[in-house]
Design a protein around this ligand. Structure first.
Ligand SMILES: [Zn+2]
Length: 109
């Protein structure tokens, strides 16, 4: 048994591709594509590819509804990640001395 969802791209049904054509001569339509649900895009692996047939449809959705999506999860302050910066003497690809800078995330928990 296969399951699917309709692509959520707002203009998916307007794309001129042969795989969207449905109906009989004289009453044909371009129809929104189905997005098959399978082990690689459902359950724990649910992602944008569970709801959109293509990157283009995802971009159309994101650009159309960005204000509503941001309103659901607004960011009112900057987030910060504690780090240590470690600088060590090293040599570059020519053998010249240089300083390597490594950024390590610090786990404060
Ligand atoms: Zn689509």
């Amino acid at each position: 048994m296969s399951s699917f969802v309709w692509c959520h791209g707002p203009t998916c049904h307007g794309q001129h591709t042969q795989d969207r054509i449905r109906g009989v001569k004289g009453s044909k339509v371009l129809r929104t594509k189905k997005v098959a649900q399978h082990q690689y895009n459902s359950g724990e692996r649910t992602s944008m590819y569970s709801y959109f047939c293509s990157q283009g449809c995802y971009n159309d959705f994101a650009n159309t509804y960005v204000r509503e999506v941001i309103a659901l999860h607004p960011r009112t302050e900057a987030l910060e990640t504690p780090i240590d910066v470690i600088k060590t003497q090293s040599t570059d690809w020519r053998g010249e001395p240089c300083i390597d800078t490594r950024i390590l995330t610090v786990d404060n928990n």
